[in-house]
Design a protein around this ligand. Structure first.
Ligand code: NAG
Ligand code: NAG
Ligand code: NAG
Ligand code: NAG
Ligand code: NAG
Ligand code: NAG
Ligand code: NAG
Ligand code: NAG
Ligand code: NAG
Length: 486
């Protein structure tokens, strides 16, 4: 099925008091408070290649020795996991539009050792000096990610036997289950060997992740649009005559003239919304701007990074952050949600600051850091839905979903979960958090299924749920990890 990789020999644990990689240690970071926990940043070489993946390690504030390890991936393909670290659930974060960092009371490293891997090679600070090695797909990116995880845990021998979870969002709905499948195969291949290191893999958590191209993205967005009053029933009925499954991935996707027109009408209705949160805001300038002018409003900046002075975009559109929504195959119209809705300027400026790069042990000659990079990536038609039955019952799985996301909407997620046809062990019900003022609010809805599978929505937020509903997402993630009902 896929090539198995060389087994990793056990690292002698008893002999070393502290073998965390001192060369990767981050001692201080510009505009951050003094560090009270271990922070690491370095590279994970991919064997037999020139590729090197960058990682950040953020040690637990609670019980580093015993707390679980969570490895996080953002999506794209092409977008950087530093977004997770600096905007979503790191200890110090930048909010949308903010230029100053603030401490995050819901940092996931409050009770987990967090790692962020920028994958595949060519994304963010990760390097791909030989482009011929960097034509990626859902399988070879998973091969590299498996190596990266094993190499990472070799660097942190004290954490090798802690519970290990994977997590991610958006296109990581494919990266994460694919990597889980690789880890499972590695464990099976080496099950009888005592001389081989075996990660203590427990499960994974995926947020607003693409899983099944039959339902996710456009088909679910159409469904969501009618139920949210974005389109009327007559247009919905026209759209229902057409098949939008595999919209983002099938190069031979084609629509009849009627369906093309219906889709065009759908685009006209919805194109100025923030697809990541249909109640959210985009940065589209003044009222006189026409759709075509959005592009020019994306505002270009220039920055010095190493020897380069590249231009970069201050704002990102769905074409940058979720390229699967806007792939324009021959003859096919792409979804037009492309006002600039993701604000990238401060994080880009920060991560290209020479002082920050040096503090993070980034190669001086590395190319400039970007929120999302153009990489060669071919998505498979199967997505990751086939993996769920294979891992059923062996590992714990959480699928969470911000319920105002139009990019990978909750409705699509519920459909493929329903298709798995696994028995419900706990009926769909609301779950809650308590706000500072003492009031209880509905955080979302949850359901459990046989096979250690949990679904949970995060109510009233979109694609970047961990950023926009920090308390709710934190509550959900750590209830799951601690084996409690949310
Ligand atoms: C690297 O190449 C060597 C020699 O061909 C091979 O034995 C090894 O399995 C390869 N490693 C990986 C991770 O593919
Ligand atoms: C990569 O190569 C190094 C050095 O040969 C070896 O120690 C390590 O186990 C290999 N990693 C993988 C994932 O094969
Ligand atoms: C491990 O040992 C068991 C029992 O001998 C055997 O059934 C299984 O196939 C072995 N696994 C591998 C990967 O060799
Ligand atoms: C919109 O126009 C006003 C008046 O010309 C100007 O002051 C403002 O900066 C503009 N806003 C943006 C976001 O371009
Ligand atoms: C899509 O279908 C239309 C009409 O059926 C046809 O004219 C066009 O060539 C097709 N495009 C592709 C890429 O197959
Ligand atoms: C960049 O620097 C690193 C570390 O010094 C070196 O290994 C690498 O070859 C350099 N890359 C280029 C493209 O110069
Ligand atoms: C996709 O899924 C089908 C049906 O399960 C399977 O036959 C096929 O081998 C899969 N393709 C890939 C590339 O995994
Ligand atoms: C899955 O759930 C069952 C029943 O609750 C439990 O006994 C088992 O340990 C769980 N498996 C994993 C991998 O957590
Ligand atoms: C699912 O529920 C049905 C009906 O209660 C039962 O017959 C079946 O054994 C259950 N399946 C599993 C895997 O528990």
């Amino acid at each position: 099925m896929f090539k198995s990789i060389a087994a990793i020999a056990m690292v002698g644990l008893a002999s070393v008091a502290n073998a965390y990689p001192e060369v990767d240690r981050v001692h201080e970071l510009l505009n951050w408070p003094q560090l009270t926990f271990g922070l690491y940043s370095g590279y994970l070489p991919v064997n037999n290649s020139s590729k090197q993946l960058h990682y950040m390690g953020v040690m637990s504030q609670r019980d580093q020795a015993n707390d679980p390890v969570i490895i996080w991936f953002n999506g794209g393909p092409g977008c950087s996991s530093m977004l997770g670290f600096l905007q979503e659930h790191g200890p110090v974060v930048l909010d949308d539009g903010a230029t100053e960092f603030k401490q995050n009371p819901y940092s996931w490293n409050r009770e987990a050792n967090m790692f962020y891997i920028e994958s595949p090679a060519g994304v963010g600070y990760s390097v791909c000096p030989d482009q011929s090695e960097c034509n990626f797909d859902d399988d070879n990116s998973a091969d590299d990610n498996l190596q990266a995880v094993l190499t990472l845990l070799q660097k942190f021998p004290e954490l090798q036997h802690n519970d290990l979870y994977l997590a991610g969002e958006s296109y990581a709905g494919i990266y994460v289950p694919k990597l889980a499948e690789r880890i499972d195969a590695y464990l099976t291949d080496n099950e009888n060997r005592t001389d081989v290191y075996k990660p203590n893999f427990k499960g994974f958590m995926v947020g607003n992740g693409v899983t099944d191209w039959r339902y996710d993205t456009v088909p679910a967005f159409i469904e969501m649009s009618v139920w949210h009053g974005l389109i009327k029933r007559d247009l919905y009925d026209r759209l229902m005559q057409c098949d939008f499954s595999y919209f983002g991935v099938n190069p031979t996707f084609n629509l009849s003239a009627e369906c093309n027109q219906a889709f065009e009408d759908f685009n006209t209705q919805t194109q100025e919304l923030n697809v990541y949160d249909v109640y959210g805001q985009c940065y589209i300038g003044n009222q006189s701007q026409t759709f075509q002018q959005y592009e020019s409003f994306r505002q270009t900046g220039f920055l010095q990074s190493g020897l380069e002075e590249p231009s970069y975009k201050k704002y990102f559109t769905a074409a940058d952050y979720t390229p699967f929504l806007n792939r324009n195959f021959a003859g096919k119209k792409s979804l037009k949600e492309s006002p600039p809705c993701v604000f990238g300027d401060p994080i880009i400026a920060y991560l290209n600051n020479p002082q920050v790069k040096s503090q993070l042990n980034i190669y001086e000659n590395s190319t400039s850091w970007d929120l999302c990079s153009m990489i060669n990536y071919n998505s498979g038609l199967n997505g990751s839905v086939d993996i769920y039955p294979k891992l059923k019952g062996k590992y714990r799985m959480l699928k969470y979903s911000g319920d105002t996301d139009g990019a990978v909407p909750t409705l699509g997620t519920l459909k493929w979960i329903n298709d798995l046809n696994w028995n419900i062990t706990e009926q769909y019900r609301p779950y809650y958090v308590y706000k500072n003022d003492g009031f209880r609010v509905v955080a979302g809805f949850t359901e459990s299924r046989e096979g250690n599978f949990t679904f949970a929505s995060i109510h009233g937020t979109g694609h970047m749920a961990p950023q926009w509903k920090r308390q709710e997402t934190y509550h959900l993630i750590f209830s799951f990890i601690n084996g409690q009902a949310p």
